[in-house]
Design a protein around this ligand. Structure first.
Ligand SMILES: Nc1ncnc2c1ncn2[C@@H]1O[C@H](COP(=O)(O)OP(=O)(O)OP(=O)(O)O)[C@@H](O)[C@H]1O
Length: 240
């Protein structure tokens, strides 16, 4: 597995971003007797180039943390900053724009578009932004090679295994070199060797592209690649 070195998706964005910052974030889901405090006073700072892993039992709030950090869910209280933008101060439209500009996701289910090939999935965001050039095509091919899918670059999602889909989703998220990358269980469909490779690629790209990366995982075998490990317990985040 080689690490792509081109930065097609990041051109012109500079390195002035300050990563991800959550301050005093609380999220209450449901109401009345069924209300659950999914996040309870969470403070988290992830600087550009830092690879942070979050572990914790089922139901402890890990997915909620990613949803709030990525602006998919508005917290009940507290603030979320991505680069110099306060996500929590924006309306829905502003948050959507900020998400597109700054944030990449790797979902547990790869969320690939059914009608597109692996290579097209990677190129689509740049095509939409009118930035599809030779450098972008080169980076797409390098990332596809890095997740060992060169031989499957022309395949559509239904023709791929679960692990291949997961690796394609990872390559797609890295394509635009977002300033914040949020990763939910990226290795759940991968065998041990491929899981280690995938997480090593994430760590390398985080450092090379100065991305602030948060990875939620159950896979303790991959934690060595992280710069820092936090533990989530009952909605509270502590240092593991
Ligand atoms: N829509 C909702 N309404 C009420 N409670 C919810 C809702 N969604 C999640 N919860 C609760 O919030 C808490 C945190 O859930 P969350 O999905 O963030 O946990 P998790 O650590 O990601 O779990 P897992 O590892 O199983 O995915 C849990 O107690 C869950 O039951």
């Amino acid at each position: 597995m080689t690490t792509p070195t081109t930065t097609a998706g990041r051109e012109g964005t500079g390195r002035e971003q300050s990563g991800l910052r959550l301050t005093g974030v609380t999220l209450v889901l449901g109401d009345g007797d069924t209300a659950v405090t999914a996040l309870d006073g969470v403070d988290l700072t992830v600087r550009p180039g830092e690879f942070v892993a979050v572990v914790g039992p089922s139901g402890s709030g890990k997915s909620s943390l990613l949803a709030v950090a990525g602006g998919l869910q508005r917290p009940t209280s507290g603030t979320v900053h991505v680069d110099d933008t306060e996500l929590t101060a924006l309306n829905d439209r502003g948050r959507t724009a900020a998400r597109r500009r700054h944030i990449g996701y790797v979902f547990q289910q790869s969320n690939l578009l059914a009608s597109l090939t692996v290579r097209e999935q990677l190129l689509l965001p740049l095509h939409i932004d009118g930035r599809l050039d030779d450098a972008a095509r080169k980076r797409a091919d390098e990332l596809i090679a890095a997740v060992d899918l060169t031989h499957r670059a022309g395949a559509r999602p239904h023709q791929l295994s679960g692990g291949e889909r997961q690796r394609a989703g990872l390559a797609r998220a890295l394509m635009t070199s977002p300033s914040v990358l949020l990763v939910d269980e990226p290795t759940s469909a991968l065998d041990r060797a491929r899981a280690a490779e995938a997480v090593r690629l994430l760590a390398e790209q985080t450092h090379a592209q100065s991305t602030a990366t948060v990875m939620v995982t159950h896979d303790t075998a991959t934690l060595d690649a992280a710069d820092r490990v936090h533990e989530m317990m009952d909605g509270r985040l502590t240092r593991a």
